[in-house]
Each structure stands twice: as structure tokens, then as C-alpha cells.
Design a protein around this ligand. Structure first.
Ligand SMILES: NC(=O)c1ccc[n+]([C@@H]2O[C@H](COP(=O)([O-])OP(=O)(O)OC[C@H]3O[C@@H](n4cnc5c(N)ncnc54)[C@H](OP(=O)(O)O)[C@@H]3O)[C@@H](O)[C@H]2O)c1
Length: 276
């Protein structure tokens, strides 16, 4: 293989990537990279207008188009699939990037495990687990019909070893890891060995959701939790969204043609470090 062949693997021209969570802090950087590599990206977001205005700033060889849909509602996804087919014709890849936590689904001094409200628990499982399974049913069917394609799930470090306090999100992302393995085997053996399913597990990235858990709002200094994370990260920093791109493009591209059912940590060594 020469460098021209290698470069072609990362040329996404003519390929369509359906993307949930493409308006998020991490997702939008991935969408920008994919359009930069020539892909047509169908971003499914709950507020189409907001998503469209965000995507309009992205310039690249490809294009990103917003579609309205909630990842936890199958009927929304079925409608979005019909619209994506009209706009792009076919689907090559699905990225399940929609996800997140809920403040009431995490324990804290004034909210014990025993009192976590049912509604918050259901919200986090619905968003992270069913919000990954439903799009995989709707768009995975299209990949099965074509006999090829790639699904990439977005997991988390907390899936492998649950983080203190973060019960629900950790359990839901552990479900995403299990589902990644299950679906990889199922689609390859029941439909086509040319359909692959993998996941990327980001470590600690400073985003709007966790900024004031990890840094002090006034001084910008690390909180005790932020210090603990950095002390357990051999690379001694938080991740930048761009740190995910190599893994995302690799897993979506033919460069990973013989890889299915894996979860790749992008965590500065956090998961390798025993703390001593
Ligand atoms: N940030 C981190 O440090 C970190 C670490 C590990 C894993 N992750 C995972 O990485 C992914 C992206 O995280 P992020 O930090 O970029 O999150 P974020 O900035 O909070 O963005 C969340 C994204 O999910 C979408 N979303 C939320 N609920 C949705 C629903 N019901 N249907 C469709 N889309 C929905 C939002 O889209 P709209 O609001 O536009 O609909 C938005 O694009 C998530 O799966 C997260 O769990 C993040």
C-alpha cells in the first residue's frame, strides 16, 4: 500500500454519514472533520433550525444537512430516514453521538442513591441506551439491505469503571459497550461481514456540562475532582474534541475494514493507569 491508497481511505466523497448528537461540543467537531473529508453528513437534531444555523458555518469538500428528530423516538427516526434518503440517496455510516447525563441521576450530598428520581433514571437510560439502539434499528436496516456499512457508537470511560456518583450514565454507557459487541456480531453473522459496529470512549473532555465540576467558576483552578482526574491521567490534561478525530475517521473508514465490536478509549491513558 502506498500513501495515495492510504489517503483514499480517508476520502469520504460520495459517502453519507447519519449523525445524532452532531450539534454537541464533541459531535460538531466530528461533523466538521467529516465534511472536510468530503462526506455528506445528515445531522439529526431536536431543533432543526438551530442545527442548520450551526452547520451553515461549516465549509468543506462535503456538506452537512440538518434533519429534525429525537433519537429516543422511533417515529422521528423513521421520518428522518425517509428525508435522508430523498436528500442523499443512501446511507453508508451511522454515528450515535447523542448522549448525556441528568443532574438528578447523579448522587450528591443532598441526593442519595435511594432517592434518585425514577424520571431522571429513565431519561438517562432512554437517551444513552435507547437513543443508540433506536437509530441503529432504523438506519442499521438500510445498511443490512445494502450489505455494507459502519455504525460508530459514542461510549464513555465511565462505562468500563463507573465513576463515583455517576451511577445512571455509567450503567447506560456500559449498556452501549455491550450493545456495540452484540450488534457487531449480529450484523456480521446474520446480514453481511461487510457491516461493522464499533465505539469510541472519550475520557475527560472539558465541556459546558462538566466545566464547573472540574474547574472553579471564579478562579478557573481545578476542583478536587478535576485534580483527581488529572492525577489519574498519565498525559496530565483533559482531552480536546480534536483528539477524537483520528479514531473516529479511522473507525468509519476502510482503514479499519477488519475491525468490529471494539470500544476504543481516547483518554490520555486514564483507563490504563492503576493510580500508583
Ligand atoms: N463531554 C465529555 O467529556 C464526554 C465524555 C465521554 C463521553 N461523552 C459522550 O459524547 C457524546 C457527545 O457529548 P458532548 O459533550 O458533545 O455533549 P453535548 O455538548 O451535551 O451535546 C449533546 C448532543 O446530544 C444531542 N441530543 C441530546 N438529546 C437528544 C435527543 N433526545 N435526540 C437527539 N439528539 C439529542 C444534542 O442535540 P440537540 O440538542 O441539538 O438535539 C447534542 O448534539 C455523548 O454521547 C456523551 O455522552 C462526552
Amino acid at each position: 500500500m502506498d500513501s495515495a491508497e492510504l489517503t483514499r481511505m480517508y476520502d469520504f466523497k460520495g459517502r453519507t454519514v447519519v449523525f445524532t448528537g452532531g450539534t454537541g461540543v464533541l459531535g460538531r467537531v466530528m461533523v466538521r472533520a467529516l465534511t472536510g473529508c468530503g462526506a455528506g453528513v445528515a445531522v439529526i437534531a431536536r431543533d432543526r433550525g438551530r442545527a442548520a444555523s450551526l452547520l451553515s458555518e461549516m465549509k468543506g469538500a462535503g456538506r452537512a444537512v440538518a434533519f429534525e428528530g429525537d433519537a429516543t423516538r422511533r417515529e422521528d427516526l423513521e421520518r428522518a430516514a425517509r428525508e435522508v434518503a430523498e436528500e442523499f440517496g443512501h446511507v453508508d455510516c451511522l454515528v450515535n453521538g447523542a448522549g448525556g447525563n441528568h443532574p438528578q441521576a447523579t448522587t450528591r450530598p443532598d441526593l442519595s442513591f435511594f432517592d434518585l428520581p425514577e424520571e431522571a433514571l429513565r431519561f438517562v437510560f432512554d437517551l444513552n441506551l435507547l437513543g443508540t439502539i433506536f437509530p441503529s434499528q432504523v438506519f442499521g436496516r438500510l445498511l443490512a439491505e445494502r450489505g455494507e456499512g459502519v455504525i460508530l457508537n459514542v461510549s464513555s470511560m465511565s462505562a468500563v469503571r463507573p465513576l463515583t456518583r455517576v451511577l445512571t450514565y455509567s450503567a447506560a454507557k456500559a449498556g452501549v459497550n455491550s450493545f456495540t459487541q452484540w450488534l457487531a456480531v449480529h450484523l456480521a453473522t446474520e446480514y453481511s461481514p461487510r457491516i461493522r459496529v464499533n465505539a469510541v470512549a472519550p475520557g475527560f473532555f472539558l465541556t459546558e456540562q462538566n466545566r464547573f465540576l472540574l474547574t472553579d467558576e471564579e478562579t478557573g483552578e481545578l476542583t478536587a475532582r478535576g485534580q483527581s482526574i488529572i492525577a489519574h491521567t498519565p498525559m496530565r490534561r483533559f482531552g480536546e474534541p480534536e483528539d477524537l478525530l483520528g479514531t473516529v475517521l479511522w473507525l468509519l473508514s476502510p482503514a479499519s475494514a477488519f475491525i468490529t465490536g471494539i470500544v476504543v478509549p481516547v483518554d490520555g491513558g486514564f483507563s490504563a493507569f492503576g493510580g500508583v
